[in-house]
Write a protein that binds this ligand. Structure first.
Ligand SMILES: [Zn+2]
Length: 87
């Protein structure tokens, strides 16, 4: 298994806390989930066709009201990025 490339987490907004607010409509309440860093996703039958780019470790949020989805940097983002770069 290969290690996904280090993607800067600094591009993500900082962790907003346990009571996060939807950045689209300002409603409160979102389901959240920790997601590990991953490499790019390609079509299984055509590896030259990229579906999505690499993603850093992140907190995936989905608004319970409108379904808007966004990602936030974990609290240890700076530490995580330093470790990934060192490997
Ligand atoms: Zn929303």
């Amino acid at each position: 298994m290969s290690t996904p490339p280090a993607v800067p987490v600094s591009a993500l907004p900082p962790y907003s806390g346990p009571d996060t607010v939807c950045p689209k409509y300002g409603t409160s309440g979102a389901s959240t989930e920790h997601r590990i860093a991953r490499g790019e996703i390609v079509l299984p039958w055509n590896p030259r066709m990229r579906v999505d780019g690499p993603q850093p470790e992140r907190r995936h949020c989905r608004c319970r009201s409108c379904g808007y989805q966004w990602a936030e940097a974990p609290l240890d983002a700076a530490l995580t990025t330093a470790v990934e770069v060192a490997c």
